[in-house]
Every structure is written in C-alpha cells, then in structure tokens.
Design a protein around this ligand. Structure first.
Ligand code: GLU
Length: 879
C-alpha cells in the first residue's frame, strides 16, 4: 500500500513538472496563421475544429491556448495574400497554413523561407524534388498520385484511354500515366476541356473514336455536369470506364449514375477511419455553395482534412519542441533582416513528426514531401461510392472486395438484362430455321452458336435478342483503321455480344474483348478430293521393275541352258537307262533341254519336280539358283502387298507450299475475315507469296464460306478456310477434302464491347460447359448428327476394309492364268495335230475314233485325265 502511494506521488510530481515546463517554455496563447480562400467555408470550419480539438486535448500543449489567425483571401490575389501574411507575422505566429491556390502558395513559400518560419502547403506540387525551403507539403505529390493512377490502370488492363484535362499542368501531373505507352501497345489520346466548351461535344468526339476508357482530370465541381452530359449521349453505360483523378469525388452527388452500371473509379485521401470525428462539421458543395449536409454522408473535402491535419501537426511539433527549449514567439516584419530564431528547429521537428490524421498516416521525407501514405480506392456501385481497396506508397494496390463479390455483382446485373446479340449466318454455327418466313425473333435461328447461347443464358440467367450483322461481315479493319462487321457493331455498342464463328485475333482484341475460346481450330485448305488411281490389271508386276523382270527372264534362260550343258559334260548325270540293270550299255541323261527348263521354272515357282541333279556341278548350279529364287520371291512378295493395297491419290496440291509454288490453281479466302488478315500480316515467305498472288486477283476473295465451297466444287480453286468449317463441309460433301494440316492455331470466342463487365462471367460459363462436355456434345450434334455428315475421308478413318483387295487389284493374275491355260490347250492341239500327221492313216483313224467314242461316253467329265495307256492309240503306236 505504501509503495502504491509513493508511485502515485511520483506520477503527480512528474505531470506537474511537465505542465510546469510547458507553462514556462511557451507563451500562454500560441497563434497559428491561416491563409484560406474566402469562399471555402468547409476548410475554415476544419481549421477551427482542429484548433478546438487541440485546445480540448490535455495531452497536447496543456495549459496553452492555440489560437487561429485567419485571413480570407481571393484565390488568385497574390498582393492581398502577401499583405495578410505580413500582418499575421507581425502579430506573432508560429507558422502558416495555406493558401490553397498555387500562385499564392508559392508566394508564401518564399516569404516563409526568407523569414524562416514553417509553412504547410495543401496542394500538390507539379514538379517533384524541388527545394521546398521552409515549406512542407501535406498534399501527396503529383508524382506519387500519378503512380497510384497508373497502378489502377495496370490492374484494370486499360490498353487504350483518353485523358480529359483542363490545365496544361495536368499533363505534368499525370506523367506516369503517359509513361504507360512506352511499350507502344497502350494507346493514349488527349482532349482538353477548354473554358466554355461543351462537355457533350467532347464526350461525343471521344465516343466516335470508339474509346470507352476515360481519365477525367477536371475540377471536382464540373464532374457531375460532365457525367450528366456524357449520359445524354450514351457515354455512361456498363462499357464505359472512368478514372476520376480528383481526390474529392466522394463529395460529388452521384446518385443519378448509380444504376447506370458505368465503371467509375477514384481515390480518396480522407481516411475512412475518421467518420465519427467529422460529425458536426461536414459540408458539401451543392448548388454553387457549401451547405451543411446530413451526418451520414461522408463528404469531407480533402483540403478541409489537410487543414485539420496541418493544425495538428503544428501543435504536436510545438509540443515536442517546447518540452526541450523555451520558445519565444515574437512579432516579425516582412522586411525584417532577422529571421525567427526557432523556425529552423520547429521545421526539423515537423519533418520528424508522425501521426494519424484525417488524411491517414502523416509522415514526411527530408524535403518536406509527404511519404508513406495511403489512398482509398472507390468505385461507384448501385449503393453509391464504395471503398474496394487501398493503394499505398509501399505495396501499391490491395483490393479488399473479394473477387467472388465482384463477380456476384455482375451476375446480379446480368440476371435482369436482355443482351443484344449480333451474329452472322454461316452453317453450322448459325442458320436460318425453316420455314424462316413463318418464324420471328430468336426462333428464326438455329445452330451450334444458338445452342451455346441458350446454355449460357440458362447458366447466367440473362435473356437475349439476336440480330444478323448488317453488312454480312465478321469484321476487318480497312486502311483507315476502321472496323466493319460484327466488330463495328460492338464498338458502336449496338450489340452486347457477338456470337458466331468469330476468331480471336490480336488486332480484334484491341477493339473488343473476347471471352475464353469455345472452339479451337486453324486455317487449312479445302480442295476437291483427287480421283483415285484405278489399279492396273497387271499390277502384280509392279513390285519389280521391267528391267528386273527382263534380267530374271534372261537369267532363267541362262541357268536352264547351263544345266543342260553341265549335265551333258559331267559323267555323273549319265545313268543306265534301265535302272534294274546297272550294267546296261545304254546311258540316259535326265537333263534334256526341256527338262532343264522344267527344273529351273519349277524351283522359280517354288515347286518341286521329279528331276534331281546328281553331279556336284549341277547341284552347285541348283543351289545357286534356289538361293537366287528364294531372295527374289521373298522381295517380290514383300513388295507385292504394298503395291496391291496402296492406291495413291493423285492430287495436284499436297500443302500450302504447293499452292504457293504453282499458278494454275487459283486460291482465295473470305473477304472480311481473320483468314485474310492472317495472310496479310504473315511473315512466312510462302504465305507472303500467297498473299501477293491473292491480292493481285481480288476475285479470289469470297463474300461467304458458301461461295468459297461452290467455287471449289466447280474446280481449279482451293479455298483457305478454318478447319472447323472444313470439317463440317467435308462431312457433307464427299467430293471435298482438307489438304494438309493447319497453318496456324487459334480459337473462336464470344466478343463483347471493350470493358464489358459480362466477359468474365461468360468466360467462366464457357469453361464450365467445356468441363461438363457440353461443347463436345454440341459439336457432335451439329457437325455429324444433324443434317447429314456421312462422308468418311481416308485421313480420318483407316478401317480394315480399305485394305481389302478388289478384282481390280488382282485381276491380272487371273488373266495370266487364263492365258496360260489357253496356251496349254493350244499347244496340246498342236501336239495332237503334229503327231497325227506323222502317223499312218489307219493309226490316225483309230485314234480319232477312239477319241470320239470316249468323248461321247464320258462326255469329258472324268475320263480325259485317266486315259489308259493300254487302250490308247498313242501307246499302240509307241509300242
Ligand atoms: N472466323 C473468321 C473470322 O472471324 C471468318 C472465316 C475466315 O476468315 O476464314 O473472321
């Protein structure tokens, strides 16, 4: 208990000592100079409120009274500003706050520097890192602010925007935004809003350029009127985005734009933590004057908050300084050669002072420039301006609104919307349903894209209204950089979606936004199916060349003769003619001339004969011949299979290169499509050649894919078309086929106007459809099941049936057989006739009679081959 009492006594003594030191180190009333605009009631209130707050706070300058020496000035009146400053100095002040306009502020900066009295500035410097003298700037520098603007544009992905500005200094202020185009892919335009200029005309001009992103750097009080006039001419839709550079957008009444779905983004320096503190002195600029507004509205102006923080900063710094030294506050005259003795010390302490004010955390660098501050990022929603994140000097942008919430907002918007959808008739993506004249509205259409749209609308809950593109084109850019087709309609905001076989290209991405691709494809060539080679009758001869056949025939002759000769020469081939009597003098040689030929042909045909060589010499010949036939027959058989089954197509072109090299076959593509753009932009030599050729004959370009297909069917024309469409056409028209693979790889996507909020939910839905297999089923339905799709092309179906050999392939073998049989019959007849000529008349008669008799009896059915020798006349005559 005793120690507690001691502690209490020490604390009391300490507090008294501190109070005493303040009491002795400072005069009882401390004056602070304020140079404010005379119409700025809110800022004046903020000054007063700041002073009152310090006087009520016993922890800052206790027992002292902070007093405001306020001068109200005309904004550009530098003469009176100077006079007011000198007056304030003569009454003895510790520093200046304001003024809030640039020329007057610069004047006070030079006065304060010469008298060495701290000065707090409240508007941003256009030029960074200039010596500030005795001034500190509570307003964030233009350099850091423009960095914040740039960061938000980077996260929003603005690749093209127009800066609307009033004063030329704005371009210095927005320096970092201008630096975004150094990589050339960002397109920045400028429009100056000169005094008296119509906002409507300016907005209209911007709209005409197809610009949907605007950086608005105009006075806060003009913003509402600008939006109003922009709304009148349709520049305030969900496709338009504005970045307002004023830090006071939260003070503007934007209620009439809340439901317009326009994307309006701004920053706020006034911290959202201090809403309670501002109660009782909130003012808004309405109807040309400042009025007190309801306390629920958060309308504190940045300048008011800055003035409030400036008062606090002076008080805190003086408090810290007076705890160390005795501060004398004296009257100073503007022409006095003596500066204020404590000015430099107070300035240094102010630079060191850090605190949390109405403009967030306050801290300065050694130049007196504000550092380490943060800004609220605001977005206009249906409920009004909402904080969606913060930007700070250290970490840049941090969004607080969850992604799911953002998507949720858009989904809610989509549910109540009827989207205007532009399309183009091109089977099977979009087709007119029959009977077209009896149908109206969306019912007139059918096809892959309609089914896809229906799926999307089911998932996302939107309704849609389809119309056909007016000029019948997909969309391409002319030499004046103007788009036509569906892309034009999107730029003009005449449609919310373009759904067709619309290819995603880099060039188009600059003008519109694409969703995820719903189909992948590439450019290929559509051409008439080449006629198949009719197999040759004697195609079995093809495996070996004519030369080889000739050599084989010659070899056969040579080997047969060699057999005959060697067999004659070698004694071992001569054997007794009667095998039962080895001592018989009659010797016989089996290799007669005809037997030699018979033996070699037998082995060539892989057959055996009764004849077998006995001598080593003839055996060697036989072995060599057999080896030769083995290799030849194997090679022939191996090659025969390939020759009989492969029926080569004779196509004059096999690839795009072939097309480029020739001039007899014309080729072309769609007139206003991405295929044409591909060839136009290509850097590949053969495609460049193709582009030159196509350009030199403009008639090769077609108005529609259908026209291209008809031209191909007429012949001597190849159509450069997208593979998905080729697949559809060739499945229905068997006379057409795709030549070669794909020349590139790309996808079809749904296009939306630039900045459309619907792109992300639609992309997500497309991904879902892909994962659920719906896109695959839709393709199967429209490509192969609905309205035909029966043609099978060899590239796609290598079924076993294609390897079967037809009569055309093997007919020649039959012909050879029949010819051989015929020849055999003829020879047999010749043999018969020759023999009968040499025989006696009686013999001949008996032979003929015998032949007739037998023929009559058995009708050649079975008797001819079993003609018995004992009854045969030949036998008799031989005997
Ligand atoms: N899909 C193409 C486009 O979007 C049209 C067809 C083509 O150019 O081959 O432009």
């Amino acid at each position: 208990m005793a120690s507690f009492c001691n502690t209490t006594i020490y604390i009391q003594v300490g507090v008294m000592c501190v109070l005493f030191s303040f009491a002795s180190n400072l005069p009882s009333v401390v004056n602070l100079g304020g140079l404010l605009n005379d119409d700025d009631k809110e800022v004046e209130n903020a000054f007063q409120h700041g002073v009152d707050e310090i006087n009520e706070d016993s922890s800052i300058l206790p027992t002292k009274q902070l007093s405001m020496r306020l001068s109200k000035l005309k904004p550009q009146d530098t003469f009176h500003t100077f006079q007011a400053a000198c007056q304030q100095l003569s009454s003895g002040i510790i520093g200046f706050i304001g003024p809030t306009t640039l020329p007057s502020s610069s004047l006070i900066q030079s006065v304060s520097t010469s008298i060495e009295i701290p000065h707090v500035r409240l508007q941003s410097d256009y030029i960074a890192n200039v010596p500030n003298g005795f001034s500190l700037n509570l307003h964030p520098s233009s350099e850091l602010l423009s960095k914040a603007f740039r960061d938000i544009l980077d996260t929003r992905g603005w690749m093209s925007y127009t800066i609307v500005y009033e004063s030329n200094e704005a371009l210095i202020k927005l320096k970092k935004l201008l630096e975004r185009d150094t990589n050339k892919s960002v397109k920045i335009s400028f429009r100056q809003l000169k005094p008296g200029m119509s906002y409507k005309k300016l907005a209209k001009d911007i709209g005409k350029q197809g610009e949907a992103n605007i950086v608005l750097d105009i006075s806060t009080w003009k913003i509402k009127e600008f939006f109003k006039q922009a709304q009148d001419i349709g520049m305030m839709t969900e496709y338009h985005s504005y970045l307002v550079t004023s830090l006071d957008l939260h003070t503007v009444d934007l209620r009439e734009f809340q439901r317009g779905r326009t994307n309006i983004t701004a920053f706020r320096l006034v911290s959202s933590d201090h809403e309670k503190e501002r109660q009782g002195w909130e003012w808004a600029y309405e109807g040309g004057q400042y009025k007190k507004v309801s306390q629920q509205k958060k309308t504190l102006k940045t300048k008011a908050a800055l003035v409030h923080d400036a008062v606090k900063m002076f008080a805190l710094s003086l408090h810290n300084m007076s705890s160390d030294i005795t501060v004398r506050i004296q009257s100073i005259f503007c022409d006095s050669p003596e500066p204020w003795t404590h000015g430099n010390h107070l300035l240094n302490i102010m630079k060191e002072t850090k605190f949390k004010g109405l403009t967030g955390f306050v801290e300065f660098d050694q130049n007196g420039t504000r550092t380490n501050f943060s800004l609220d990022i605001l977005e206009l929603k249906e409920e009004g301006l909402r904080k969606v994140g913060t930007w700070n000097t250290q970490f840049g942008i941090q969004f607080s609104t969850k992604y799911e919430k953002l998507v949720g907002d858009v989904l809610r918007q989509l549910r109540n919307r009827t989207l205007e959808v532009v399309t183009i008739i091109n089977p099977p993506y979009m087709m007119m349903k029959e009977p077209a004249e009896q149908l109206t509205g969306n019912d007139q259409f059918e096809g892959y894209c309609l089914d896809l749209l229906e799926e999307l609308s089911k998932r996302l809950g939107f309704k849609y209204k389809i119309h056909q593109v007016r000029d019948g084109s997909h969309g391409s850019k002319n030499e004046h950089d103007e788009w036509n087709g569906m892309i034009r309609e999107l730029i003009n905001k005449e449609a919310d979606l373009a759904l067709a076989d619309l290819t995603i290209t880099y060039e188009r991405e600059e003008a519109v936004d694409f969703t995820m691709p719903f189909m992948n494809l590439g450019i290929s060539i559509l051409f008439r199916t080449p006629t198949k080679n009719v197999p040759k009758l004697f195609s079995f001869l093809s495996p070996l060349s004519l030369e080889v056949w000739m050599y084989m025939a010659t070899t056969y002759l040579g080997v047969s003769l060699l057999f005959f000769l060697l067999a004659r020469l070698t004694p071992y081939e001569w054997v007794p003619s009667n095998s039962c009597n080895p001592d018989s003098n009659v010797l016989e040689n089996q290799f007669s001339l005809s037997n030699s030929f018979w033996f070699t042909i037998g082995s060539l045909m892989q057959q055996g004969t009764e004849i077998a060589p006995k001598a080593i010499s003839t055996r060697v010949v036989a072995i060599m011949w057999w080896f030769f036939t083995l290799i030849m027959i194997s090679s022939y058989t191996a090659n025969l299979a390939a020759f009989l089954t492969v029926q080569r197509m004779e196509s004059p072109i096999e690839s795009a290169n072939d097309l480029a090299k020739q001039s007899s076959i014309q080729y072309g593509c769609l007139k206003f499509g991405s295929t044409k753009a591909f060839f136009k932009e290509s850097n590949i030599e053969s495609y460049k050649t193709m582009w030159r050729v196509m350009q030199s004959q403009p008639t090769v370009f077609t108005e529609s894919n259908l026209e291209g297909v008809e031209r191909v069917l007429r012949g001597n024309y190849a159509y450069l078309m997208e593979s998905a469409s080729i697949e559809y056409i060739t499945a229905r028209n068997c006379e057409l086929e795709q030549i070669d693979g794909l020349l590139d790889s790309k996808g079809y996507g749904i296009a939306t106007p630039k900045g459309s909020p619907y792109r992300t939910p639609i992309s997500n839905a497309i991904l879902e459809l892909q994962e659920d297999g719906i896109l695959y089923l839709l393709k199967e339905k429209w490509w192969f099941r609905k309205y035909g799709g029966h043609c099978k092309h060899e590239e796609t179906s290598h079924s076993a049936s294609t390897n079967e050999l037809g009569l055309a392939n093997v007919g020649g073998v039959f012909v050879v057989l029949l010819t051989g049989l015929g020849l055999a019959c003829m020879i047999s007849m010749i043999e018969f006739i020759l023999k009968t000529r040499r025989s006696s008349r009686n013999e001949r008669d008996s032979v003929l009679l015998d032949f007739q008799r037998k023929a009559r009896r058995i009708g050649f059915r079975c008797g001819l081959t079993s003609h018995r020798a004992e009854t045969s006349s030949w036998k008799q005559s031989r005997d």
